[in-house]
Structure formats: structure tokens, C-alpha cells
Design a protein around this ligand. Sequence first.
Ligand code: HEC
Length: 138
Amino acid sequence: MLKQAPRTKVTPERASTAGRKSAAITMRAGTFAVAGAVLSAFSAGVAHAVDAKALWEKHCIQCHGADGKGLTKMGKKLNIRDLTDPKIQAEATDEKIRANIRDGVKDATGKIRMKPAENVTDAEITALINHVRKLSSK
Ligand code: HEC
């Protein structure tokens, strides 16, 4: 049973594609329903959907860059360390990052190095910390 017969006819895989497609459509309809629910909860102010990537892009990317390596114009000017570096990841505890996002980072002379993020909730800061953690694996 080493040789396989050449597959010339419609294989079972191909035959099942149609079935899979309709399943995908059903799933998509479900996603719309969920998205609608999230949206209405959002506008009602009940739940706050947190999009870590969007937050990162709004508050952090200008200095730290999309990949967290800090190779932006601002990053280079401020001599920002590479957030993907495991050593820095280990040094920066969640509490420290939280405090730095909330209160900013100053140098020894009291000059602001990283400004506090404005209008972020605790939940958003948590999402940003998680985002920072994800940078390390890239
Ligand atoms: C104005 C530029 C700037 C912006 C904007 C900025 N940072 Fe920073 N960040 C810095 C500088 C400067 C340091 C300190 C030097 C270093 O650690 O390389 C720093 C340090 C850090 C560190 C290192 C570990 C620590 O906490 O000490 C983390 C993590 C961090 N920032 C996360 C963020 C997050 C998340 C945001 C968005 C909410 C952000 N930064 C926005 C400039 C910035």
C-alpha cells in the first residue's frame, strides 16, 4: 500500500468544500450578531471593548514603534531601549509599567522622558501591558 492512485476524480476533500463554505457563512452571520451586541454595549457605555493595538498606536507608537524596538525618530532621540529585549521585559514588572504609563517617566534631573498616557482607563493600561509582553516574542 505504498503507491497511491492518482487523484483524477473529485476527492472527498473537494466535495466537502461546499459544505464548509456554508458553515463559514453561518459563522460569519454569528460574528455580525456578536459585533452588533458589542457595539450597542459600547454606545450604551456598559462594556468597554479594549483594543490594545489601537491604544498602542495612539499613545505609544510614536516613540516605541510598532514593533517596540524604539527605532523611531523620537525613540532614537530619547535613546529608548528595545522593549523586545528579554532583559528589559524582565526588569519592567507589570506594576512598574503601569506606573510609568500612568505617571510617565522622568530622568534623574526630573525632565520628562515618557509622558503619562492621557485618558486611559485601568483596563486599557492592563491591555497595553499585555501588548508590551507580546512584543517580546516578535
Ligand atoms: C514621548 C515618547 C514616549 C511615549 C509616547 C511612550 N514612551 Fe514608553 N518610554 C519612553 C522612554 C524615554 C522610556 C525610558 C527609557 C527606556 O526605558 O528605554 C520609556 C520606557 C518604557 C518602558 C520600559 C519599562 C519601564 O516601564 O520602565 C515601557 C514598558 C514603556 N515605555 C511602555 C510604553 C507604553 C505602553 C506607552 C504608551 C502608553 C509608552 N511607553 C509611550 C518614551 C515614550
